[in-house]
Write a protein that binds this ligand. Structure first.
Ligand SMILES: Cc1cc2nc3c(=O)[nH]c(=O)nc-3n(C[C@H](O)[C@H](O)[C@H](O)COP(=O)(O)OP(=O)(O)OC[C@H]3O[C@@H](n4cnc5c(N)ncnc54)[C@H](O)[C@@H]3O)c2cc1C
Length: 336
């Protein structure tokens, strides 16, 4: 097997986050000589964290300039590490930093890159990647003869590597970051209490347009919908998804759920998250939506309509019931 370079950047606390450790598991499963390339303000903590992973070398580009997500410094660091390692294959997690910087690095090194890989394996003695096409409808296994070959691995596809920390020896690779014109001014993120997307949650809770529609009494109950959905998310620590119909209403300025954005949209033109379980509420379960449930293993739905899409083989269990009533009861049970 060819030499593999695993690229990882540190987090603000100096350690490696779970997705980087997942990529380490993937690199180890592929086999061959493993070299680690670290990037960050200071990399000692990260190097010690993975000291027991069996890498033949740990290379690092460090310094304050490399603490910040920025194309020029991330690309320069990755390029220098790739040249120092001389590896045929470079593997990294698809963080926003690597997804932005590595395609350019592949170009500089006259290599090729495959993004959104979900697995790496050995096929007929050669390394191969798995990747989904056409909105997760077709899965392909690809090999490439071009080297160096860069692979960006999606998060959540491998268990995080967990081994005993130790005292690692790190080889420093020098990179000149002078002349950087881009200044990183900070991260704008929603307040913690507004966070509704939780990739690591066991349960995906999906809200459909029914929550904003007139109910049996002829009126809409948006305030109740907000209270019930947020109560459930807090009680179950679930992640929130939405159907296109519901998230589009927010964009059109109608009075709907304030915390629902296009980032929550699940489906063909939305996201395809990975969760163990899914609970769909007030959502019809049409194919362009359900295709986003590709990686949700256990599916349940609540809909007033016994003939909705979920009843047609798309859910394991369909509760033909009023979601307002069911979620109210669930929240009582959850103590939310
Ligand atoms: C090219 C293309 C791409 C698309 N991409 C996406 C995509 O990425 N994601 C996506 O979601 N859609 C997508 N769509 C749209 C999709 O086909 C549907 O229009 C959309 O998913 C419908 O949303 P909905 O089920 O929430 O709304 P509706 O179809 O309006 O369904 C609302 C449901 O709520 C139920 N309901 C109402 N009140 C209650 C209650 N009290 N209790 C229980 N149930 C209740 C109703 O019975 C109804 O089934 C796409 C369409 C196209 C053509």
């Amino acid at each position: 097997m060819e030499t593999i370079l695993l690229l990882a950047h540190t987090e603000t606390d100096g350690t490696l986050a779970k997705p980087a450790l997942e990529a380490l598991t993937a690199a180890k499963e592929l086999g061959g000589e493993l070299i680690i390339g670290l990037v960050g303000a200071a990399v000692e903590a990260a190097a010690n964290q993975i000291a027991g992973c069996g890498a033949s070398r740990i290379l690092a580009v460090s310094g304050e300039a490399f603490s910040q997500p920025r194309y020029s410094t991330d690309a320069a660091a990755a390029e220098a590490l790739c040249r120092a390692a001389g590896a045929a294959i470079t593997l990294a997690t698809s963080t926003s930093r690597w997804a932005r910087a590595l395609p350019g690095v592949a170009y500089r090194l006259e290599g090729r890159i495959d993004t959104h890989a979900t697995a790496v394996s050995v096929l007929n003695g050669a390394p191969a990647v798995n990747r989904w096409f056409y909105r997760q409808r077709i899965e392909a296994t690809l090999t490439r003869s071009q080297r160096p070959w860069f692979i960006l691995l999606d998060a959540g596809c491998y268990p995080a590597w967990s081994g005993a920390p130790g005292a690692a020896s790190v080889e420093t690779v020098a990179v000149n970051a002078d002349g950087t014109r881009t200044t990183f001014s900070g991260i704008r993120a929603p307040k913690a209490d507004e966070q509704t997307i939780r990739p690591d949650a066991k349960l995906l809770f999906v809200a459909g347009a029914g929550w904003s529609k007139k109910q049996a009494d002829g009126a809409t109950h948006t305030a109740d919908a907000e209270r019930l959905i947020l109560g459930f998310l807090r009680g179950a620590q679930a992640s929130l998804g939405g159907s296109k119909s519901l998230v589009d209403q927010s964009g059109e300025g109608e009075a709907v759920l304030k915390f629902m954005t296009h980032l929550n949209q699940i489906g063909q033109t939305g996201s395809t998250p990975r969760h163990q379980k899914g609970l769909s509420t007030c959502c019809h379960g049409e194919e362009p939506h359900v295709v986003g449930w590709r990686f949700v293993n256990e599916r349940r739905a609540i809909n007033l309509d016994a003939n909705c899409g979920w009843a047609r083989g798309k859910a394991d269990v369909l509760y033909v019931a009023d979601a307002f009533e069911v979620v109210e009861k669930l929240n009582q049970l959850l103590g939310a």
